[in-house]
Design a protein around this ligand. Structure first.
Ligand SMILES: [Ca+2]
Ligand SMILES: [Ca+2]
Length: 100
């Protein structure tokens, strides 16, 4: 799920008439294409657009785990260093309350 702040992308096209292709030479006539998406919150481990106790629970359930451990959960490895520890907890807490 995407949520959080809206990120917008603008593109414009410039060019000229060429073998029947529709191109544009005037910037004012060039089509502008807008892509809009919403970035997920860092620390939103269960992807519900909120950083809250549910996410903390996921992180704690995977505490001190590495890939291959029975309680490993890659969602909890926020900084992607293959270990769930204080670094990940710090990131989650820094984003605590996002989306609420
Ligand atoms: Ca969440
Ligand atoms: Ca980590």
């Amino acid at each position: 799920m995407n949520c959080g702040s809206i990120v917008e992308y603008y593109f414009s096209a410039l060019g000229r008439h060429e073998h029947g292709s529709v191109m544009y030479t005037d910037p004012a006539e060039a089509p502008e294409i807008l892509f809009s998406t919403q970035a997920a919150y860092t620390g939103d481990l269960n992807d519900d657009c909120m950083v809250d106790l549910s996410d903390l629970g996921i992180l704690l359930a995977a505490w001190d785990s590495q890939p291959g451990d029975s309680h490993w959960d890659p969602r909890a490895d926020i900084n992607d260093d293959d270990h769930v520890d204080y670094s990940d907890l710090g990131i989650l807490l820094a984003n605590w309350g996002a989306g609420l």
